[in-house]
Design a protein around this ligand. Structure first.
Ligand code: SF4
Length: 272
């Protein structure tokens, strides 16, 4: 037991009466370490364990919120952005699908700058499927990663022609068979063009779902499942777009504008 004695710390024993029986000056109570004391074995963590710990440290652990709070947060965000909609320009399902593929690693604004030229030259799947690949690359160059993107959008167009009569299919199973099309891209097209509810788990939805306390998962597929459980199906597409708008306008990756945020009283990450 550690006690205060005459203003100094000392080690002693206390009778039931509270009287101090004996006090030993602190310096004397410290046993010298024997030179022969055996060293404790140090277990070196495995590389995967180190990587896992580093990943966990990089991901701030925010608290989950109850379902009712999650609903309230989303209601407030929907009130903040009643006009939220897909910000890519398009005139058909094919054009939106192509634009979404090109939006990887760039902004919708940049994609909207190249699509007028691209869709004027190649307005449908058949035209893009038969286009000169170098011409596609030249047009979409400003979007970055243009070699891979040109390949993807042309192969996607060719698959649409070969397997779906040049039309964009309306199910996630069919859409995700197309080159360059994952669940995120498929859900945008299904939700925006065909009114089929789905979560678009892009970088904004991933970040905001964690900050708002909707999920502790970090993989898009698992986040999608958590969001599906939390919100009514008919709202999924609208809520996706609302989160994306909030991520672009206020809940920025680096410096979220919490003081201005309508959910700052509810958000477990407010003022991070
Ligand atoms: S309070 Fe801050 S962290 Fe939470 S949603 Fe709003 S801007 Fe993002």
């Amino acid at each position: 037991m550690l006690l205060k004695f005459n203003g100094r710390q000392g080690i002693g024993t206390v009778k039931k009466t509270g009287e101090i029986k004996k006090s030993v000056p602190r310096a004397k109570a410290i046993k010298p370490v024997s030179k022969a004391a055996p060293r404790q074995a140090v277990t070196k963590p495995s590389k995967p364990a180190v990587a896992k710990a580093a990943k966990a440290a990089a991901q701030p652990a925010f608290n989950l919120v109850p379902s009712a709070v999650a609903q309230k947060e989303m209601n407030l965000l929907c009130q903040e952005y009643p006009e939220a909609e897909c910000e890519l320009d398009y005139a058909s399902a094919f054009q939106l699908l192509t634009a979404v593929i090109m939006s990887a690693q760039t902004t919708d604004v940049t994609v909207n700058k190249v699509t007028p030229t691209l869709f004027e030259r190649f307005p449908d799947a058949k035209a893009l499927a038969e286009a000169d690949l170098d011409e596609i690359k030249e047009i979409i160059k400003p979007t970055g990663f243009f070699n891979a993107k040109a390949n993807n959008i042309q192969k996607c167009a060719q698959a649409l022609v070969a397997n779906f009569g040049g039309e964009v299919p309306k199910t996630i199973e069919e859409l995700t068979t197309l080159p360059g099309v994952g669940r995120k891209t498929a859900n945008v097209v299904l939700g925006v063009v065909f009114g089929v509810p789905g979560w678009t788990v892009d970088t904004h939805v991933q970040r905001l779902s964690a900050r708002l306390g909707f999920t502790k998962n970090t993989e898009p597929e698992k986040i999608e499942v958590d969001l599906q459980k939390l919100f009514p199906k008919q709202d999924w597409s609208k809520l996706s777009i609302t989160l994306i708008w909030h991520g672009r306008r206020m809940c920025f990756a680096r410096k979220p504008d919490c003081p201005r945020c309508p959910v700052s009283d509810l958000c477990p990450s407010s003022m991070i």
